[in-house]
Design a protein around this ligand. Structure first.
Ligand code: F0G
Length: 355
C-alpha cells in the first residue's frame, strides 16, 4: 500500500474535510529505531524517532502539509515564514507542490547551508535579515497581518495540528502504547506543544492508556524557558534552536507541567558529543539541534533520573531526532578532521589507514 502522508493516515484527528485539497509529499511514517547504545547507557529501552527521514529532511513537513493545504482551501496565493532554516525549506517545498508563492525571512549568516539551498531551489523569495530569528518572526507576523499572505510559522494552528501526528505514529509503532518519556529539542516550542496535544488526544480516544513525561531541551545559550526570561542575543552551535523568545512558550510550559516533566538546558559541548555519538555508534546522522534530545537524556541519566522511578521495569524513552545531518554539512566538517590527499599508491594509502 502506498503511504499517502499524515493527513490521509490521520484525517479523523485533523481539521480537514472532503473539500480540502491535500498538498502532500507523503511525509510521516518515519522510522522508530531502537538504540542499542543509549538503551545500554540508560538501562532503558531507548527509541529514536528519525524525523530527518521526512521529504524535506525535518519534522516540519508534518505541519506544513496541513498549513499549506488549508492555505489553498482559503484561496491564499502566498505563504510567508521566518525561519532558522527547516521551516523555510519545508514551506518552500510545499508551496512549490501547491503551485503558490513563498517568502521566507531568515537571520543573516545563521542558517545551515542545506536548508538555505532548499529554500532557494524550491523558488522561495528568500530575504536574509540583519537580525535574529525572533526579529524575523515579528516581521513575518506583521506582514501576514497587513497583506494577503498566510503565515506558516507554528503560530498558524494548522502547523501544530499536523505535527501532533508524530505522537500518533510513535504510539502506533509501539503497538498501542505511549512511551514513558518523550525527549525533544525545544526552539520556538511548537513541536513539544504539538506532541503533547497528540498524546492527549490519543489518550482521550483510548488509543493509549498512559501519557509520557515530556522532557524538552534547549541549548544553554538559547534557553529562555529554562531561565524564565527572554534571551535577546541567543547563542548556540545548534542554529535551528537559536531562539530567545519562543512563540509557544506558554504551551510548552503546560506540556511540561501537565506531564510532570521538565525543560532543561544542554551545553553546545554536550550537544556535539551526542551528535557524534549518534553518527559514529548508531549510524544516524542528524543536525546538531536534533542531538539536544539525546544530550538531554544522557545528562538526566548521569543524574540517575530514570532509575529513581518507582517500578523496576525498563522504561521506554523516545527521542525525537528532528532534522537530517545533511542539512548542515559544515557542522560535521568542523567536528571531524578533513582527509588529507595522498599519492594514488597502495603504500601511501596503507600508511594513512589502519587495516
Ligand atoms: N530541531 C530542528 C532541526 C528545528 O529546525 C527546530 C525548529 C527545532 C528542533 C525546534 O522545534 O521550534 O518546534 O521547538 N526550527 C524552526 C525553523 C524554528 O525555523 O526551522 P520547535
Amino acid at each position: 500500500m502506498i503511504w499517502r502522508g499524515v493527513i490521509d493516515r490521520y484525517k479523523k484527528y485533523l481539521p480537514v474535510t472532503e473539500a480540502t485539497l491535500v498538498v502532500t509529499l507523503h511525509e510521516g511514517n518515519t522510522p522508530l529505531i531502537y538504540s542499542d547504545v543509549l538503551s545500554r547507557l540508560l538501562s532503558a529501552a531507548v527509541y529514536l524517532k528519525y524525523e530527518g527521514m521526512n521529504p524535506t529532511g525535518s519534522f516540519k513537513d508534518r505541519g506544513m502539509t496541513l498549513a499549506v493545504s488549508k492555505a489553498l482551501e482559503a484561496h491564499s496565493k502566498m505563504v510567508i515564514c521566518a525561519s532558522t532554516g527547516n521551516t523555510s525549506a519545508s514551506a518552500a517545498a510545499y508551496a512549490a507542490k501547491a503551485g503558490i508563492k513563498s517568502v521566507v525571512l531568515i537571520p543573516k549568516g545563521a542558517v545551515a547551508l542545506g536548508k538555505l539551498s532548499q529554500a532557494l531551489i524550491h523558488n522561495a523569495q528568500v530575504v536574509s535579515i540583519d537580525g535574529n530569528f525572533d526579529q524575523a518572526l515579528q516581521l513575518a507576523k506583521e506582514i501576514a497581518e497587513k497583506w494577503p499572505v498566510t503565515l506558516v510559522n507554528s503560530l498558524n494552528p494548522f502547523r501544530l495540528e499536523g505535527q501532533k501526528t508524530g505522537a500518533f505514529e510513535i504510539c502506533d509503532q509501539l503497538d498501542g502504547r505511549a512511551p514513558d518519556f518523550h525527549a525533544i529539542p525545544v526552539g520556538n516550542a511548537g513541536n513539544i506543544s504539538a506532541y503533547w496535544k497528540g498524546y492527549k488526544e490519543y489518550f482521550k480516544n483510548k488509543k493509549i492508556y498512559s501519557k509520557p513525561v515530556m522532557l524538552g531541551f534547549q541549548a544553554q545559550g538559547a534557553a529562555p524557558i529554562v531561565k524564565k526570561r527572554i534571551i535577546l542575543n541567543p547563542k548556540t552551535v545548534a542554529t535551528a534552536i537559536k531562539i530567545g523568545n519562543p512563540a509557544s512558550w506558554r504551551m510548552a510550559e503546560e506540556a511540561r507541567d501537565e506531564s510532570g516533566g521538565l525543560i532543561g538546558a544542554v551545553t553546545d559541548k554536550e550537544i556535539l558529543e551526542a551528535y557524534k555519538l549518534l553518527a559514529s555508534r548508531e549510524g544516524i546522522f542528524v543536525e546538531p539541534a536534533s542531538a539536544a534530545s539525546v544530550a538531554g537524556i544522557l545528562k538526566l541519566g548521569r543524574k540517575r533520573y530514570f532509575q529513581n522511578r518507582r517500578s523496576r521495569k525498563k522504561k521506554i524513552i523516545v527521542c525525537i531526532l528532528t532534522g537530517h545531518g545533511l542539512k548542515d554539512p559544515d557542522s560535521a566538517l568542523r567536528e571531524i578532521k578533513n582527509p588529507q590527499a595522498v599519492p594514488a599508491r597502495l603504500d601511501a594509502i596503507l600508511a594513512a589507514v589502519k587495516i
